[in-house]
Design a protein around this ligand. Structure first.
Ligand code: AMP
Length: 300
């Protein structure tokens, strides 16, 4: 609750306090809240996250706040979407920080379930998209999107939102979720917000917390490479191979970086394209900065 201004604001402050964020841990309770809100005609905006919230997440929350009567943020680190040698065990978390950030951002409910609540013993149902999800990150992380779609589908059924907000930073994830929503006739609008960046252009990510100061410095080259690619395209170069090669060269100029992929694709299907069409071509990259995996993209 922020106490600002003169006496005229007292009532507003009381109202704000009443809207204090509520933390919901049970699926049944979240569903019954959602049912009640919907029966009163309230519009539910939803922001799914894995926590350790940063300005990228807050930007999604702001969009939800603008368009919804009630905002639900979920915080759940979905173990199944991590590969066996990936970073689930060390994925950063700080619930107190997230709670304060949600409070400050005017979130109404945080859905914060236990793993056993989401995946009880004997759990065996998954959602599989079979085209878009198989490309780019789907090649090096073969089970990833199946598990992302499964958890997002479950969260949609629990929170019953009118719309959900995702980040363009994870462009393939957003495309796969849009495809699921269309293919399964979900009546949930999928909104995708621009990528929020650090001052040097590095896309904000909870995983940036893993970077040492030297790695962090080298990671700045990712955005430089994306921008150089955009400059090339703006100067009239439409040959995909040429732009991809230039981008890879810039990334590889840093000793700590190893390229996983650099691809120019259709932004909806993630299919590779031969010739760049301005505004309809997405340059997507994934790199290792030593042992930290980072992704980014830019619309050319
Ligand atoms: P995560 O907690 O990393 O699973 O991300 C939750 C949501 O926040 C996803 O929709 C992400 O795409 C989005 N997101 C993460 N980082 C950013 C960013 N830098 N800018 C905008 N959205 C982001």
């Amino acid at each position: 609750m922020r106490l600002q201004g003169g006496a005229g604001n007292q009532w507003e402050c009381l109202m704000a306090n009443e809207g204090k964020v509520k933390v919901i841990r049970s699926i049944q309770e979240m569903q019954s809240i959602a049912r009640e809100l919907r029966s009163k005609g309230e519009r539910i905006g939803f922001v799914p996250t894995m926590g350790y919230l940063h300005r990228g997440h807050l930007n999604l929350i702001e969009t939800a706040r603008d368009k919804a009567d009630k905002v639900v943020v979920s915080i759940f680190v979905n173990r199944i979407q991590f590969g066996p040698n990936e970073d689930f065990q060390r994925y950063p978390h700080d619930f107190d920080h997230d709670l304060a950030a949600c409070e400050e951002a005017g979130v109404d409910y945080i859905f914060y379930p236990e793993e056993e609540e989401m995946y009880p013993k004997g759990y065996s149902t998954y959602i599989n998209e079979e085209a878009c999800s198989k490309r780019l990150c789907g090649i090096s992380r073969p089970h990833h999107f199946r598990c992302v779609l499964t958890v997002v589908g479950k969260l949609f059924n629990i929170v019953q939102p009118d719309f959900a907000v995702f980040g363009q930073k994870d462009a393939q994830q957003a495309a796969v979720i849009k495809k699921m929503a269309a293919d399964l006739h979900l009546s949930i609008e999928i909104i995708v917000n621009r990528t929020i960046r650090e001052e040097d252009g590095l896309a904000m990510s909870s995983r940036n917390a893993y970077l040492t100061s030297r790695q962090r410095e080298d990671a700045g080259v990712i955005y430089q490479a994306l921008q150089k690619a955009k400059e090339l395209v703006d100067s009239g170069i439409v040959n995909t191979d040429r732009v991809q090669a230039e981008t890879s060269n810039i990334l590889q100029s840093k000793r700590r970086l190893r390229v996983i992929y650099v691809e120019i694709v259709n932004p909806e299907t993630m299919e590779p394209i031969k010739e760049i069409v301005s505004g309809k071509s997405l340059l997507a990259v994934a790199v290792w900065v030593d042992e930290v995996r980072l992704i980014d993209n830019i619309l050319l």
